[in-house]
Design a protein. Structure first.
Lengths: 623, 565
């Protein structure tokens, strides 16, 4: 069966839903985020969510637009771990733009054409205002300090020459200061970039910087201008104060009491390690193996008990392990209790639930080959040179883990563990999300090798450019009738649409400002429009601004307007690829919803559900 | 104890076309398909009521296959259109709109079933005969010496689905790839019967459309690519297994097995697998492929000896792989691999798309297998793009059957309608006796038929613009809704297919008004202008027949009897 709504164009329900959904996550925008409690009325369960992605994940969205939004956000989050809030906000804002255009009688085709042009303009601004990291290493300019976030402490940077800014003096770690001096132009200061990318999560970003330093110390060959997130694992420790979060080379595992005592004995030795992909038990079979049904055992003698089969397997495995002199087994799946006990008795430490990336890193570092079955192990599969260090004894009881150990390879351990702590269990998820958001932001910036001026500067530039083009259209409306074979009529509405798109961006900037708690909605808007007027009125400055800024030089002229009473603000940066993707995806979402005029629901049985009478399907027609 | 359930009686609907419920549903169905047509068509969000994933589409193949009605009468029409789509891929919406419109027009005109059917049949014959004529005014010969027309044909097909969200440059890129892939599947110098190759499409989410590409040979997903980095001899010997090498006894099905204690079946099967591996190694196989799972021990054994192992290839890639390598899939592990079963590839290399690494198997000689990697920013748009590319591939293939294309953008429909009107007027006196109806009935039927054709052209416009035809060539023109009367000529620019430009000497009339009779002139031969929008000739011709025949069948249905149990 099928239900179907034909939507009224003037009040496009899909776009309205999109805008409403976007409203839910307004508070998660910008550096000053607010937690949200999401409560399930039926089960009474609740979740603490902070990021846009988590809020959507916890809301069970059943409408088509809701699912489309969630799918988009999920795909974006999977790849970037940051920028979902921006994506959804702009999808909502630009959705309202499309709605407004429809109400003004602009056709869907023209809306799409004009908004695509607007997006091209914005992306062009992004491309041109991005600054290469190398250049940034050399040009620590006083510029870009456009402070939409006046809560930050002022910091100044010096311009153009290789003069060290104050940031470099603040760096605590010794190895960074040493590497900065000789190759400064090659290796920009990660701490400085990271600070600009922290977006209000300074704590999380500190951990990221520490992790990146450990990585670059370990890998001299890899230049420090990359940050490999696949070699970073997080370990969550509830019940410990937040400020005890830390970063360690190696991999942290939580062990129970029996394992812990064995770990104590093994501490300080170079261990031989085996890696198992899958579970470690006699009944485990690899993925895709079908255990045959209907097997009967015929025997003249009385049956051997089934435990003996496991015993046989255990004996075989343990003998093999002892022959190979394995002292440590890292297992990606689960370990059966009997195996763990038997191994413990033979002084072999078995650690379960090891992440795949960690397993791979151990394989590389220790020269081990992961196998699926313990019986597959042979000499060349076993790695060497792994150390166990007791990292911390955790006071805990009830068969819970008691000891945290650090397992690392002696030479060049690639793995870095970030230990995240909180007294509030529900907050750990958000802390982990924040950490990954920062980590991915830095990762992408270093991969792109360019950064964008953040804190709303890029958005302001886009607004400025959109306005400029819109006004150009107003001044000479039928001006160019270029490539007339492509388009029969000049797009009369471009100006209007670009103006509205710019409003969407202004809305974004002012919402971020409101979220800081220092501005009311009205004051934020006035500040933004004041700022905009400043550089449209002062034509020469704006011209100079766009010229100079785009070449990566001084832009102090613009930034002054947005500066708060507290004076200068620190640099804020954004990732080019994250921003570009978020904007594009936001507009894609708007286009998909805008062009949709009907929702088709399959699988409704008119007879059994009594669907036509069901209030859930009010407004639907049945085919 | 068994329970008796009273059988409910069957429901019989007399004259289904007079039933208001059916009529309402037909008109809803019509609205649904009409709103999807063309590059500016509206999209439909398809999902189930329990929160499954949302598909956003305007493609008939996707939409019609999920739509089902409580009225068998509507399902009959739907199935008929779907059959056409499964055979020709293109023009599904055209067929659906035309068919529903014909039913509606004939019903509205109050024609008796027999008469309407007879007239429709007669006019269909008129149309097909005209379309097949050399001098048909809405047909273009495709010139295979240049790829331009093929790319235009592909581009029209790709641009007709807005859910792909492509820019003009992206649409052109994809069209070129489709044509390139199509040409790669046509074998160059194989004597005898030519067997077309295959395009394997793989999609990668999260990358720009412009990174999409076509490669000769086959690309397969690979989890562990380290092993490939070692140099390999050229060409490489390949073995392909269709049997599972997981080490289980899945081959014997669900039968009962009796075993003696102490017998370890798993290890016996594994021993057999290792024996097989040994044989393959002796025969110097360098690439070991299995459709299903390979036991990890076997994988380890082979990899350690320098063999590239690919498991879980999947059933869809088996056929192209055997075509590419010439290998015979081995279906059992209980007998040695015959030497004739081995195939070969000339080389292997690694290609990376985003985070996905793939192994590129190069064909041993010229081969008609190629792989198309489609990239797009999100899943929704990517899945529509995949559907559209497969449709385009089919459309291009159909050109081999008949190297012609029809003018797109609604021009074929309006031109054909004008031709039918003209032809009917000339031959009025000869036709009526043969049809056995009055002249008035005949003219009503003709008007309904022509209006139905024109309604497909009108359905291309979704923003309130009006559809016009010119009085010389009877091509289709669209006038935006907000144009002043004096600007009409400027606003029109080109006709729907892009072949005719607006000029002061042209005259237009609105469709759906009382049309003056014109004899549509074909454009003079050596015109330098090429049409920008082309439709598949073969698909549209068949769609026309399917639409008319389905409408005729629907008009002929007297009773619908529904079993309610």
């Amino acid at each position: 069966m099928l239900g179907c709504t034909i939507l009224n164009h003037q009040q496009h329900i899909g776009l309205q839903k999109l805008s409403a959904l976007a409203g839910v996550t307004h508070s998660s925008l910008g550096p000053d985020k607010h937690y949200k409690f999401i409560q399930d009325d039926f089960s009474g369960e609740s979740a603490l969510a902070c990021s846009c992605f988590r809020i959507l994940q916890n809301l069970e969205l059943t409408c088509a637009v809701g699912q489309l939004v969630y799918e988009t956000i999920r795909a974006h989050h999977k790849l970037y771990h940051t920028g979902s809030g921006c994506l959804l906000f702009l999808a909502g804002a630009w959705g309202r733009v499309a709605l407004e255009c429809l109400q003004r009688g602009i056709t869907v085709g023209n809306i799409i054409l004009s908004m695509s042009e607007g997006m091209d303009l914005c992306l062009d601004v992004c491309r041109r205002s991005s600054v290469s990291i190398k250049a940034l290493g050399a040009i620590q300019s006083e510029s870009y300090g456009l402070g939409l976030h006046p809560s930050k402490k002022p910091k100044a940077q010096k311009i153009k020459t290789l003069k060290l800014s104050r940031h470099f003096c603040e760096v605590e770690s010794e190895n960074v200061s040493t590497e900065l001096q000789p190759h400064q132009s090659k290796h920009p200061d990660i701490a400085h970039i990271a600070e600009g990318l922290s977006h209000g999560c300074a704590g999380a970003m500190n951990l990221v910087v520490k992790a990146s330093r450990i990585q670059s110390k370990n890998n001299q060959d890899i230049s420090c201008s990359t940050f490999d997130i696949t070699k970073v694992v997080t370990c969550l420790l509830p019940g410990t104060p937040e400020d005890s979060a830390c970063v360690l080379p190696g991999c942290i595992f939580l062990l129970c009491a029996e394992q812990a005592s064995l770990a104590h004995q093994l501490q300080g030795q170079h261990l031989r390690v085996a890696l198992i992909n899958g579970d470690l038990s006699d009944t485990y079979r690899h993925l895709g193996f079908k255990t045959p049904k209907g097997i009967t055992c015929v025997s003249e003698k009385s049956d051997l008990s089934s435990s003996s089969k496991e015993e046989e397997w255990l004996e075989k495995v343990v003998t093999l392990l002892l022959n190979l002199d394995v002292q440590l087994i890292l297992v990606s799946g689960l370990v059966s209790e009997n195996v763990a006990l038997r191994c413990c008795r033979h002084r072999i430490l078995v650690v379960e639930k090891v992440k795949d990336s960690a397993l791979q890193a151990f394989a590389n570092a220790a020269g081990a080959v992961p196998v699926t079955y313990a019986t597959q192990l042979s000499k060349h599969c076993v790695g060497t040179g792994v150390n166990i260090v007791i990292w911390r004894e955790l006071s805990s009881h009830d068969r819970k883990p008691t000891t945290a150990v650090n397992i690392c390879t002696a030479g060049n351990s690639e793995l870095v563990t970030v230990v995240l702590t909180s007294c509030v269990h529900g907050k750990l998820q958000s802390l982990e999300d924040q950490f990954w958001a920062c980590a991915y932001r830095l990762h992408h910036v270093l991969k792109d090798n360019v950064i964008l001026p953040g804190g709303g500067v890029t958005e302001m530039l886009c607004v400025h450019h959109l306005h400029k083009h819109a006004e150009h259209d107003v001044r000479c409306p039928t001006g160019e009738k270029q490539n007339s074979d492509q388009q029969a009529t000049p797009n009369l509405y471009r100006g209007v649409v670009l103006h509205l798109m710019a409003d969407g961006l202004i809305d974004y900037i002012s919402t971020v400002m409101v979220n800081t708690g220092r501005f009311s909605k009205v004051r934020a808007r006035t500040a933004v429009s004041q700022h905009l007027r400043n550089y449209t009125e002062n034509f020469s400055i704006s011209a100079k601004f766009s010229q100079l800024f785009l070449e990566g030089e001084d832009v102090s002229a613009v930034s002054s307007a947005m500066k708060s009473s507290e004076g200068t603000s620190p640099m804020i940066y954004d990732s080019l690829s994250v921003k570009r993707e978020a904007w594009r995806k936001a507009l894609d979402l708007v286009f998909l919803v805008l062009q949709t005029d009907a929702e088709v629901i399959t699988g409704i049985d008119q007879k059994t559900d009594g669907a036509p009478q069901n209030p859930e399907f009010a407004g639907f027609t049945f085919l | 104890m068994s329970r008796l359930v009273k059988k409910s009686p069957s429901v019989c609907t007399d004259m289904p076309l007079d039933n208001t419920d059916i009529c309402e549903k037909l008109s809803l169905f019509g609205q649904l398909v009409r709103s999807c047509l063309g590059p500016r068509g509206r999209l439909k969000q398809v999902h189930n009521d329990i929160g499954g994933s949302v598909v956003t589409t305007s493609a008939s193949s996707v939409l019609l296959s999920v739509v089902s009605s409580s009225q068998p009468f509507i399902n009959l029409i739907k199935t008929s259109i779907l059959n056409h789509v499964s055979r020709f891929s293109d023009c599904g919406l055209f067929a659906a709109i035309l068919c529903l419109s014909l039913i509606e027009q004939d019903k509205r005109a109050g024609l008796r079933g027999r008469v309407a059917i007879g007239v429709n049949k007669h006019l269909l014959g008129l149309c097909t005969a005209y379309l097949q004529r050399e001098d048909c005014g809405c047909k273009v010969r495709l010139d295979f010496s240049s790829s331009q027309n093929l790319i235009r044909l592909a581009c029209s097909s790709i641009s007709s689905k807005p859910a792909c969200v492509l820019t003009a440059a992206e649409a052109l890129h994809i069209s070129r790839l489709c044509v390139q892939a199509f040409l790669l599947t046509v074998p160059c110098d194989s004597p005898g019967i030519v067997r077309l190759g295959k395009i394997v499409t793989m999609s990668v989410e999260g990358l720009s459309v412009l990174t999409s590409a076509v490669f000769p040979g086959l690309l397969v997903d690979m989890r562990d690519v380290l092993e490939v980095e070692a140099p390999h001899p050229n060409p490489l010997r390949v073995v392909v297994f269709s049997a599972s090498l997981a080490g289980d006894l899945s081959e014997i099905g669900d039968g009962r097995i009796e075993v003696r204690p102490g017998v370890d079946m798993d290890s016996q099967v594994l021993d057999r697998l290792l024996e097989l591996s040994e044989q393959v190694l002796r025969d110097e196989v360098k690439l070991f492929v299995c459709q299903r799972v390979i036991h990890p021990v076997v994988q380890q054994y082979l990899r350690r000896r320098g063999v590239i192992v690919i498991e879980r290839l999947g059933v869809t890639l088996m056929e192209p792989l055997t075509q590419l390598t010439g290998a015979q899939p081995v279906a059992t592990l209980h007998s040695p691999v015959p030497v004739t079963a081995y195939g070969r590839v000339s080389n292997v290399s690694i290609r990376q798309f985003g985070s996905r690494k793939m192994l590129h198997l190069h064909p041993p000689e010229e081969s008609a297998i190629c792989t198309m990697i489609l990239c797009h920013r999100n899943e929704t748009m990517l899945s529509e793009l995949k559907v559209v590319c497969q449709k385009t591939e089919h459309v291009l293939r159909l050109t081999l059957r008949d190297p012609s294309a029809l003018l797109g953008g609604g021009c074929t429909e309006t031109h054909l309608a004008a031709y039918v009107r003209h032809k009917v007027r000339i031959n009025l006196t000869e036709t009526i006796p043969a049809l056995g109806c009055s002249q008035a009935e005949y003219l009503l039927g003709v008007e309904g038929f022509c209006r139905s054709l024109e309604s497909v052209a009108t359905a291309l416009e979704h923003d309130g613009g009006s559809s016009l035809i010119d009085l010389t060539h009877a091509h289709h023109w669209t006038l935006p809704p907000d144009v002043m009367k004096e600007d009409v000529e400027d606003s029109l620019g080109f006709c729907g297919c892009g072949l005719v430009a607006s000029s002061p000497s042209k005259q237009w009339v609105c469709l759906n008004t009382k049309n003056p009779h014109i004899s549509p002139a074909a454009l003079s031969g050596g015109a330098t202008v090429q049409p920008r929008v082309l439709d598949s000739f073969t698909a549209k011709l068949n769609a026309l027949q399917v639409a008319v025949e389905t409408a005729n069948l629907a008009l002929d249905v007297r009773y619908v009897i529904q079993d309610m149990n």
